[in-house]
Design a protein around this ligand. Structure first.
Ligand code: ATP
Length: 343
């Protein structure tokens, strides 16, 4: 039988609990400083202790994972702590499509794929001199919103950038990405594409809570103007909460997911296999503008460890995203098609 392995962070608990519930062996690559935390959970069969996650590139850890017939589940920590070259060099089979993770990390490739999928996106702003409306300034890769800021002019941009450099949050030579600010209700649409069943499933929606931009909304404008709030509010993710869409928006959500899967099949074979998320805002006309996708499981699925509203309609037992991944691996293993769900 095959085993499921992942890094100890992000959504490791639901991934391994889901694998355990499907009868698969579970392996956690765990930083020594977090050993006490993860030992609390009896569904983790084996801990491989490391000083830092980059050690998973070492041949001996790769050999250990292969001797267990492990499939590695990629999540946000893998993306944020390793370069695309490093991820692509991992010899253990990775669930989903390892090649698409590069498209998630590179802003230009990301935009290209979203355009191919026909997703409406905020306009990119080429240079700081072109800032003539509210924009959001982002860092490359999955920075989790840390160091992002809103600006409304070149002068505003320069001042905030300088301040972040002074605080050591961004570096002076860092290439920043500027995009039109899209106002509306934040919604992170979570999907699963099964290459075995050739079907897109809508799992659920979450909202991300980001500090300290959210806290600002609780401070009256007068107090904000009198000072006492941080100079450059950031978008550092603190947690997630559930959101249920109006049922009339569901059809549109499915169609975005399906277009994304079709575009990914063409742009980066074998396509968008497994969990993914399209992230953006609904505006006053309930139109969706997406500023981001994640080509792997997102931490926002942690809120549905006991099953999401839509999966409770599709399945008769509680299925988390972690468990859905394990079901796909099991089905592939039993039908000798593991190659169809891993790269
Ligand atoms: P992650 O990989 O964790 O998703 P990231 O570093 O790729 O994060 P984004 O998801 O692009 O960053 O942005 C972080 C946050 O910034 C979003 O959750 C959202 O609140 C805000 N944001 C990003 N782009 C826009 C935009 N164009 N308009 C309005 N808000 C935005």
């Amino acid at each position: 039988m095959t085993a499921v392995a992942t890094l100890g962070s992000h959504c490791a608990l639901q991934v391994l609990k889901g694998a355990h519930d499907e009868g698969l062996k579970t392996i956690l690559v765990c930083e020594k400083r977090r050993e006490r935390l993860y030992r609390r959970f009896p569904f983790i069969d084996r801990l491989i202790l490391v000083d830092s996650f980059s050690e998973i590139l070492d041949w001996n850890i790769q050999a250990e994972l292969q001797s267990e017939n492990a499939v590695m589940i990629p999540h946000g920590t893998l993306i944020s702590q390793m370069s695309s070259d490093e991820i692509e060099s991992i010899t253990t089979p990775i669930f989903g499509n390892r090649w698409i993770l590069r498209w998630e990390s590179d802003r230009t490739m990301k935009e290209e794929l979203m355009r191919k999928a026909g997703l409406r996106m905020p306009a990119p702003i080429d240079t700081p001199d072109d800032i003539d409306r509210a924009v959001i300034v982002k860092r490359q890769g999955a920075a989790g919103g840390k160091g992002y800021f809103i600006a409304s002019s070149r002068k505003d941009y320069d001042e905030k950038r300088e301040s972040l450099i002074r605080q050591g949050i961004i570096s002076a030579d860092e290439l920043l990405y500027i995009q039109e600010y899209a106002a509306g209700v934040l919604a992170y649409l979570q999907f699963f594409y099964s290459p075995l069943n050739e079907d897109v499933e809508f799992f659920g929606t979450d909202q991300r809570h980001e500090s300290d931009i959210e806290g600002l909304a609780r401070i009256p404008a007068m107090e904000q103007m009198n000072g006492g709030v941080s100079e450059v509010p950031s978008f550092n993710v603190i947690g997630n909460s559930p959101l249920v869409l109006r049922e009339s928006l569901l059809d549109g959500a499915y169609s975005m997911g399906e277009r994304f899967v079709d575009a990914a099949k063409e742009a980066v074979p074998p396509g968008m296999n497994g969990p993914f998320c399209i992230e953006g805002v609904y505006d006053e006309n309930a139109g969706f503008t997406s500023f981001e996708f994640s080509a792997r499981i997102v931490a926002g699925t942690n809120i549905y460890m006991d099953g999401s509203p839509y999966y409770s309609l599709l399945y008769d037992r509680p299925i988390s995203m972690g468990r859905r991944i394990a079901m796909e691996i099991k089905q592939a293993f039993e039908s000798d098609r593991l190659d169809s769900v891993t790269t």
